[in-house]
Design a protein around this ligand. Structure first.
Ligand code: UD1
Ligand code: CA
Length: 460
């Protein structure tokens, strides 16, 4: 039976990126370029997916895991040579094979699907996906004959000035009859400007053998963009960001300024949430409905439930339950679990701690390694002293307690429910239910201090 296969080219170093990181591992809106390609391919129902790795093979494998098979290209001798490395896996297969590059992150699954449909309807041995580039420099050009049929693809460096004027480019995506592809690949030579085995040469080879190769021209060039350098990476990120934000808007999310709001591709946002400018939502963050995410907030890999207000704050690997709020200028560090209707005000830092429902931590407070119950009031400037220079220790504060301003709670510590800590106390011993702990020097007033001063303040 005829099968559908995909080859993803991802073995190149990406010299033009001038980077320690291999090209296809650079990220666009939070996801590596090669992962974007694989994700789209996965949704087109393939029987086999093979990724060609070479430079940074281990890193690419680690990124993509067992979502794809791999073929190793030890030396980067060109795109044609790369595809040939999949022969042990695909050479004998009957069916069609889609080829895509790991550096074209913007292709949509629907476009690949349309290419397949077109290819199957035409019945040609190969179909090239082409588009019209406003500036075609750097791409392979599609050379057509007098009656408009594709003759060959000429690479930038091999093109005559007349060929360079052609604006129709090779997107680097093709569908071929699988066996015809491998047959032609064996005939590709490297007598060109770059001394490489070009995949694009199979077009001429197939045509010379009397086979028909067609082209399917897509309408949106931006989707076909190849990323070879940092400038293109920035452009691709802009295109992808617009696409992501428009999809959220279509689902009922308000963006005050979508051009300056940065949302990673896997982020989820509920309807009627409002997102102000310069917000960054990263990784696998999930935002509920009816939230207000204020300007300049950054949220990484966190779960924000419904009706939460976040004002200019930074949240990482944490969660906030319905109706809670935070900020301005507060920080949830990893493992902060914020209960329903909790109020966290300004300059509050919370790490590895649980805050029970309706508890208030209004101002200038650090809570680390602690479990706070419900309905607690934490005053201004409270420090949970969790570190003794060697290890971290835990504090527990029971429901309905009152922690006075400027207190230090030295862990390990257990403050029972319905208890009180007087302002300015440094608490080192557990506090029992209904008790009040006060731990500070008593105030002494020195009568008529003034008359003892050798110089009065006014003398200055
Ligand atoms: C390639 C096409 C060009 C097309 C453009 C579209 C060829 C010869 N040229 O050019 O016609 O317009 O893509 O973006 O195919 N790779 C390997 N092994 C190698 C060489 C490359 O795996 O030996 C991989 C790279 O990692 C990359 C992809 O193949 O993902 C394309 O290679 P690249 O060098 O970027 O080709 P372009 O010059 O962009
Ligand atoms: Ca490229």
């Amino acid at each position: 039976m005829s099968s559908r296969n995909t080859i993803i080219l991802a073995a190149g170093k990406g010299t033009r990126m001038k980077s320690k990181l291999y090209k296809v591992l650079h990220r666009v809106c939070g996801k590596t370029m090669v992962d974007h390609v694989l994700t789209q391919v996965e949704s087109t129902n393939m029987d086999r997916i093979v990724t060609i790795v070479g430079y940074g093979a281990d890193d690419v494998r680690k990124q993509l895991g067992d979502r794809t098979q791999y073929a190793m290209q030890k030396e980067q001798l060109g795109t044609g040579h790369a595809v040939l490395q999949t022969e042990p896996l695909l050479g004998d297969v009957d069916g069609v094979t889609l080829i895509v590059s790991g550096d074209t992150p913007l292709f949509r699954a629907e476009t690949l699907q349309k290419l397949f449909d077109y290819h199957e309807a035409k019945g040609d041995v190969g179909t090239i996906l082409t588009s019209i580039a406003p500036n075609p420099t750097g791409y392979g050009r599609i050379i057509r004959n007098d009656i408009g049929l594709v003759e060959k693809i000429v690479e930038q460096k091999d093109a005559t000035s007349e060929e360079q004027a052609v604006k129709e480019i090779n997107t680097g995506v093709y569908v071929f009859d699988n066996k015809a592809l491998f047959n032609a690949l064996h005939q590709v030579k490297n007598d060109n400007a770059q001394g490489e085995y070009y995949l694009t040469d199979v077009i001429e080879i197939l045509k010379a053998a009397g086979q028909r190769v067609g082209a399917y021209r897509m309408s949106d060039f931006s989707e076909s963009m190849g990323v070879n350098d940092r400038k293109a990476l920035a452009t691709a990120t802009k295109v992808m960001q617009r696409r992501i934000n428009e999809e959220h808007m279509a689902n009922g999310v308000t963006f005050i300024d979508p051009d300056h709001t940065y949302v990673d591709v896997d982020v989820k946002i509920g309807a009627d949430t409002i997102i102000e400018p310069n917000v960054q939502l990263k990784g696998h963050t999930v935002i509920g409905e009816d939230c207000m995410i204020g300007a300049n907030s950054e949220i990484r890999n966190s779960v924000i439930h419904d009706g939460v207000t976040i004002t200019s704050s930074f949240i990482e690997d944490s969660d906030m339950a319905d109706g809670s709020d935070i900020g301005p200028m507060s920080h949830l560090r990893p493992d902060a679990h914020i209960g329903e209707n909790v109020h966290l005000g300004n300059f509050v830092e919370i790490k590895k701690a649980t805050i029970g429902a309706r508890t208030k931590v209004g101002h200038l407070t650090y809570v680390g390694n602690a479990q706070l119950g419900t309905d607690i009031n934490v005053g201004c400037g409270v420090v949970f002293v969790n570190y003794d220079g060697v290890g971290k220790h835990e504090s527990i504060v029971g429901d309905h307690s009152f922690i006075g301003s400027n207190s230090n709670l030295v862990a390990p510590l257990n403050v029972a429910d319905h208890s009180f800590i007087a302002a300015g106390s440094t608490i080192t011993k557990d506090v029992a239910r209904h008790d009040m702990a006060i731990a500070r020097e008593r105030q002494t007033n020195k009568p008529d201090y003034w008359s003892k001063l050798p110089h009065k303040p006014e003398d200055k």
